[in-house]
Design a protein around this ligand. Structure first.
Ligand SMILES: NC(=O)c1ccc[n+]([C@@H]2O[C@H](COP(=O)([O-])OP(=O)(O)OC[C@H]3O[C@@H](n4cnc5c(N)ncnc54)[C@H](O)[C@@H]3O)[C@@H](O)[C@H]2O)c1
Length: 396
């Protein structure tokens, strides 16, 4: 977003050597122990997502035992620990790392804290699951990937959309050739803004990192790595009033994107687009803000495909193609995937040796694409993307 980003990204990628980013040296997978024991989790960042989604999801997982919580606001860590019977709580990661032994740090802190927290955990020999983005700068994300590789640790960055049955179905449908060559993808995800924490509206937050990130992950996951990006963003409302659940309301000067358009080039003449913002009326449909209408569309030479519901909460996939021109719905299962199930999924991979469809190289690529959008807005230019990730994700 700032003027240093371009130099930072290019310079570092060059210095890092492109091979590491091409997926040739993808981070290790496979089981982390042969005992079949549960993965012990230290959870840091006890805000909205921890309270309302993550801990409940982790406690349902047969592969996870949560041993500690941590938040720089101590009452949040202790409240969460008390509510869910988690044995220990801390107000600083250094104390948490010295507390009850754990295998995996689950990081749901605010975005500007992600890099430092992830790095501290990896340095202490912990595997890491990070909420998105794993760092704000591509160079920092690359440092995390390198650190994990050096220490033979696992590292993952949300979001989880590539593990949904609908993602698999869409990837397989595209690979089958039924729709012909896919030339374009469109996606949109927005709401009225997260009004519980100020950092969402400040530099290091914003609607692209928070919401558009899902669509960038799904589109690159299906259409392949982006090769260049054009983008625009703006601030639609200069001031937002934020109401934390445990503090007084406050007015925040908005310095992050809250209305954003991003266009990606993938393969030759294959383009996709993400529209996102904190500018969307989100009262449509039902109580959990989930949608059942289309949020993603793909047009191929011989068919079309639409995703019903968001890619983080999909309801089904509609397709029509030559010889079957009426749209038909497939893949309506909603039970086997939840967006907050990431730690349970990676814990399963760590215990059983199942190969994870999510990779840190993909999360790094998505970060480079998002930062390129900001650079494009700043410079008025199309921005080349240099990182790659292991693709296709679904092997057919
Ligand atoms: N809230 C959601 O519905 C939701 C959904 C999906 C993903 N996420 C992602 O989860 C992350 C957290 O979102 P949130 O809505 O819970 O934010 P939040 O502001 O409610 O909570 C973040 C918490 O992290 C704590 N924190 C910040 N820096 C810390 C540090 N260095 N050490 C320990 N604690 C620290 C804060 O005190 C706060 O309690 C973000 O990356 C967000 O994009 C949130």
């Amino acid at each position: 977003m700032d003027a240093t980003r371009k130099a930072d990204r290019r310079g570092f990628l060059k210095a890092a050597g492109v091979a590491a980013l091409l997926g040739e040296t993808a981070l290790a997978q496979g089981p982390v122990n042969s005992t079949g024991k549960k993965i012990r989790v230290g959870h840091i960042g006890c805000g909205n997502v921890a309270r309302n989604a993550y801990v409940k999801a982790m406690l349902k997982s047969p592969f996870i035992e949560v041993v500690s919580t941590c938040d720089i606001i101590p009452s949040r860590a202790s409240d969460l620990a008390k509510r869910f019977n988690i044995p220990a709580n801390f107000d600083h990661i250094d104390k948490q790392l010295k507390g009850p032994e754990f295998d995996l740090l689950v990081n749901t802190t605010s975005m500007p804290s992600h890099f430092a927290v992830n790095r501290a955990a990896l340095e202490a020999g912990k595997h890491v699951w990070s909420e998105k983005p794993m760092a704000l700068e591509v160079s920092d994300a690359q440092k995390l990937v390198d650190l994990a590789r050096r220490k033979n640790l696992r590292l993952w960055g949300a979001p989880t959309c590539v593990i949904s049955p609908q993602f698999k179905f869409m990837a397989q449908t595209m690979a089958s050739g039924k729709l012909g060559k896919i030339y374009s993808g469109h996606a949109a995800y927005g709401h009225e803004g997260n009004l519980w924490s100020p950092w969402f509206f400040e530099k290091g937050g914003g609607s692209l990192y928070d919401l558009g990130v899902y669509n960038v992950t799904t589109l690159t996951g299906l259409l392949g790595p982006a090769t260049s990006v054009v983008g625009m963003y703006g601030v639609s409302k200069p001031v937002r009033t934020v109401k934390p659940h445990d503090g007084p309301p406050q007015d925040v000067k908005v310095t992050a994107d809250d209305n954003t358009m991003l266009i990606m080039e993938h393969d030759n003449a294959v383009y996709s687009q993400v529209q996102t913002g904190y500018t969307y009326f989100s009262g449509v449909d039902d109580k959990d803000a989930s949608r059942t209408d289309y949020t993603m569309d793909f047009a191929g030479a011989e068919g079309v495909m639409h995703l019903a519901g968001y890619d983080w909460g999909p309801h089904g996939v509609d397709i029509a193609y030559k010889g079957h021109r009426k749209l038909e719905r497939f893949c309506t299962e909603v039970e086997n995937y939840t967006w907050e199930g990431g730690p349970g999924y990676v814990a399963e991979c760590m215990v059983t040796g199942k190969t994870s469809l999510m990779t840190p190289e993909h999360a790094l690529h998505v970060l480079e694409v998002m930062n390129a959008c900001f650079e494009s807005q700043r410079t008025g230019r199309r921005v080349k993307i240099e990182s790659k990730f292991p693709w296709p994700i679904i092997k057919t």
